[in-house]
Design a protein around this ligand. Structure first.
Ligand code: AHG
Ligand code: MN
Ligand code: MN
Ligand code: MN
Length: 304
């Protein structure tokens, strides 16, 4: 009997069941959907439906709000980015899932009552909890409850459990690391260009280090751990910004504020106070160590 050579057995299409690559569709915000975007979304939707606790769900990958009318008394609304950083998936970069949880007012719950997208046009301050998972070399889970601390967990594979490895995460007030897609520099406002220039060519002291992964969960996790600043400014190419308020900006802003950091939009307004005009509305983002965000505000104020 001839033996199948090992390389034939390990051929990617057999092991990865071809999970990489595009799904051949795009979502409401114009992103090309990766196969894992669609699979991640389907898993998240069925998990929320199965929980019996979720009344409505907003997902990056769903144009409309998903209503679980079979659970008329479920009191939570969930917002999610099923796979954040998916453009990097094929390159093996860390991606993750971002989520936020709102508690719905009793008066809109109950049989026969309809709950629409307007129920989620709320500021992030209304969230009761937020968090993200990051699927990297080991899986991380970072979560916070309104007004509570930020707890970091790591999956212990041998137990199949998440272990509390980073209790009460706190950002240092300053750290010379900046994280932004410099490829957009030609689109930035003057104040924004001046701000980043001041980090690279400081009047005194050493220049900042640049770190940009292009996956918000990975850039945010590093900034939570080490400090510094992460930014996706609104600019002339994306006047409203690229990142989505409900399921990227607000959950991250809640985490960073609860970890002692700050999070503002491109008009230096507190990101958690921003009310989305639609469920996929976007915003500019500057978030990170308090003193680093304050430097952005000080530069902005020189021009406004
Ligand atoms: P998503 O993969 O959920 O669509 O999010 C992508 C976002 C975010 O993860 C990241 O910070 C940003 O897009 C990177 O954008 P650029 O590739 O334009 O830098
Ligand atoms: Mn996307
Ligand atoms: Mn995302
Ligand atoms: Mn996504």
């Amino acid at each position: 009997m001839t033996k199948t050579p090992v390389h034939r057995l390990l051929h990617p299409t057999r092991l990865l069941i071809n999970l990489t690559g595009l799904a051949g569709s795009s979502n409401t915000t114009g992103d090309d959907q990766k196969k894992l975007d669609v699979i991640g979304n389907d898993i998240f939707v069925s998990a929320m439906r199965g929980s019996g606790k979720c009344r409505i769900l907003v997902s990056e990958e769903e144009e409309e709000v998903i209503k679980f009318d079979e659970h008329p008394n479920a009191r939570y609304a969930v917002v999610c980015d099923p796979i954040d950083g998916s453009s990097n998936l094929d390159a093996g970069v860390s991606v993750g899932t971002i989520f936020g949880i709102f508690q719905l007012p009793d008066e809109i719950l109950g049989a026969g009552k309809t709950v629409g997208p307007e129920a989620l046009l709320l500021p992030g301050t209304q969230m009761v909890a937020a968090g993200f998972t990051m699927y990297g070399a080991s899986a991380q889970l970072v979560i916070t409850m309104r007004g509570g601390g930020v707890q970091g967990f790591t999956l212990e594979n041998s137990l199949g459990e998440f272990i509390l490895t980073h209790p009460n995460m706190q950002l240092p007030p300053k750290r010379s690391i900046y994280s932004v897609n410099e490829g957009n520099s030609s689109y930035w406002d003057k104040w924004c260009t001046e701000y980043f220039h001041s980090l690279k060519f400081p009047a005194e002291g050493k220049p900042y280090s640049a770190r940009y992964i292009g996956s918000m969960v990975a850039d945010a996790y590093r900034t939570l751990l080490y400090g510094g600043i992460f930014a996706y400014p609104a600019d002339s190419k994306t006047p409203k910004g690229k990142l989505r308020i409900l399921y990227e900006c607000a959950p991250m802003a809640m985490l960073f504020e609860n970890a002692g950091g700050m999070a503002v939009n491109s008009r230096m307004e507190r990101l958690l106070s921003v009310v989305p005009e639609s469920i996929h509305d976007r915003s500019g983002v500057f978030l990170g160590s308090k003193d680093e965000v304050q430097k952005v505000i000080d530069t902005y104020n020189k021009y406004h």
